[in-house]
Write a protein that binds this ligand. Sequence first.
Ligand code: ZN
Length: 246
Amino acid sequence: MSQARFQFHGELNDFLPRGKRFTTIDYPFNWRASIKDMIESHGIPHCEVDVIVVNGHCVDFGYLVCDADQIQVYPSMASAPLHPTLRLRPLYPGRPRFILDIHLGRLAAYLRMIGFDSLWRNDYEDPELARVAHDEQRILLSRDIGLLKRSLVTYGYFVRHIYPRERIREIIQRFDLSRHMEPFKHCMKCNGMLRPVAKPSLVARLPQEIFHLYDDFHICTSCERIYWKGSHYRRMVGLIEELAAV
Ligand SMILES: [Zn+2]
């Protein structure tokens, strides 16, 4: 029987049983396995891993684990000044764009509210989520570890928190979004782009009191939902100011 010694760093410990966190783990094996498979057998999706060091050298996911290997596994270190060849994948290019699993509808609406292109549908199947994330180079946000383990997923993240307000703060911090917020650019309902719309054209579509009370209106170019600066808008502005300070 061969044995490798693993040490998982930082937030990767979130995936381990309590007794195995922030310690070394001896892992016996008697088969030839890639390091990717061995890491995922600990419950850690590959997309959460940024750097792997074996016996002092960086390796990629295809590395076959050998007897007595000393393995250090690191989470995302986007802000660390690492040489690109040391990372398992290039840093995410440009402004983050997301796709979210079925459990994260409220989080999708919040991300759209602060200006991030975020796909969500309540009928996405797992293979489609992984394929769209891959084809459109989107970050897959999920509460499903099995989904995040799919090999098509390059950029993915397991959402830790339970409540939507905590989740949006978590994602803002994790992806450093506060500097790039552009509120009210996307429709919260469908992710379409918003554009200003002339008030007279809405006379037949709005309740009279709304039409008379407000002057600035936006419309979604996809679903044609109309937005105005009512009490809901003011509550959102308060929340956005809070989130910008995260
Ligand atoms: Zn819309």
